[in-house]
Design a binder for this molecule. Structure first.
Ligand SMILES: *Cc1c(COP(=O)(O)O)cnc(C)c1O
Ligand SMILES: [Zn+2]
Length: 371
């Protein structure tokens, strides 16, 4: 079922609506309590559908998977023998973690017999949706900001989707898309609740890869906050099922040039702060108005985590530093590394804790020389 937290109303989950009539995004409410048959899970295929009992049910013939999920979790040694685990979630069919959410979203489109969609994206979500729609034979139109990296644009067009460039900011791209949405289904990763249902599998996977254990801390980049919410929800479900005792502290990192959630967190606001956004090398998290912003703030607070903001210089330096350890990610993704280094420096985390940093996008995504 879909649930509107604003009107407290329920909608059937095959409703062809992208948001409630009041303007609020829907939440997904499952009829079943998630559970985790560990022995069976570990024998299943290496994709997000191995957690079948904890994600929305889709008829088998409608499941669209390109093998997303089960990305490596590897230790990396930093200064002072500081050992951190990195979840290489850019090792995915379209080279970003978004494939987890897209697999569920597109499976549901197939189940609802939808033949054509539109979406707005700064690149990775668009590339991901284009690929999964191609696999499912669904027509796909992606509105992208004109500044989108050539690598991401090429990827969208190679999959056979139509890319429509919109001049101006990321927000102007969204407005143009919503206007066009009158004629076909708006399959937005930021609005559609099935997307989050797929993203949350990253929490299950980290738990499985740590031998059915939760880490102490999780560090993620945050724009709209889908990874924050996905991690929060995933670990919450594991806790509710009695599989873990405690939810990890979630540390959400924003680019200082566009940090409405960080500012709200500092000022103890319940809603994202209204900001003057500046350009940032972290193009994938340049979101001034996160759709589920209040929820994202609430999730981080509830885990006793924190928001941090990192400068352009910190992002660029971290991008280099992590590449020198053999891991080539995109600048947006380096925001999490910058956050991690800042946290080590300021003693926000220590040696005895288990810390997982999630790396979200491949370095080959933005092929222009950025600095
Ligand atoms: C989408 C994206 C993010 C951030 O996800 P949000 O849901 O906007 O917080 C981070 N890194 C990369 C590479 C992305 O594509
Ligand atoms: Zn409503």
């Amino acid at each position: 079922m879909f649930y509107c937290p604003q009107c407290k109303k329920f909608y059937p989950e095959d409703a062809i609506l992208w948001r409630c009539s009041c303007g609020s995004p829907f939440e997904y409410i499952s009829n079943n309590r998630p559970y985790f048959p560990k022995k069976i899970i570990s024998r299943r295929d290496n994709n997000i559908w191995r957690y079948l009992e904890a994600i929305p049910s889709i008829r088998k013939e409608n499941i669209i998977t390109l093998g997303e999920g089960m990305s490596p979790l590897i230790p990396v040694l930093f200064a002072d023998n500081f050992n951190v685990l990195f979840k290489l979630d850019f090792i995915a069919p379209t080279l970003s973690f978004k494939d987890r959410g897209t697999s569920l979203l597109v499976s549901k489109l197939k189940e609802n017999n939808i033949k054509e969609v539109i979406e707005d994206s700064s690149g990775n979500a668009g590339a991901s949706l284009s690929a999964y729609c191609a696999y499912a034979s669904i027509k796909c139109n992606i509105y992208v900001p004109a500044y989108t990296s050539i690598g991401k644009l090429l990827q969208i067009e190679m999959y056979g989707a139509k890319a429509i460039k919109v001049a101006g900011t990321r927000e102007e791209t969204s407005h143009a898309t919503i206007e066009a949405a009158n004629n076909s289904f708006y399959a937005s990763h930021n609005w559609n609740p099935f997307f989050l249902e797929g993203i949350k599998t990253i929490a299950f996977e980290i738990w499985e890869q740590l031998n059915w254990k939760a880490p102490d801390n999780i560090i993620v980049p945050a724009g709209q906050g889908s990874l924050v919410l996905g991690c929060y929800q995933g670990f919450r479900e594991l806790q509710a099922a009695g599989e873990i005792e405690k939810i990890p502290h979630i540390f959400a990192i924003q680019s200082a040039n566009c940090a409405p959630l960080f500012e709200a967190f500092q000022k103890k606001f319940k809603k994202p702060a209204i900001i003057q956004k500046k350009e940032t090398v972290a193009e994938g998290i340049s979101s001034a108005f996160p759709v589920r912003g209040s929820k994202v703030l609430e999730a981080v607070r509830e885990t006793n985590g924190k928001f941090l903001a990192v400068s352009e210089n910190e992002i660029i330096n971290s991008h280099r530093e992590i590449a020198k350890k053999g891991i080539f990610i995109e600048l947006t993704s380096a925001v999490a590394v910058a956050g991690l280094l800042k946290m080590i420096e300021s003693n926000l985390i220590n040696h005895s804790e288990l810390t997982v940093t999630i790396l979200t996008g491949s370095g080959l995504k933005s092929v222009k020389k950025n600095y």
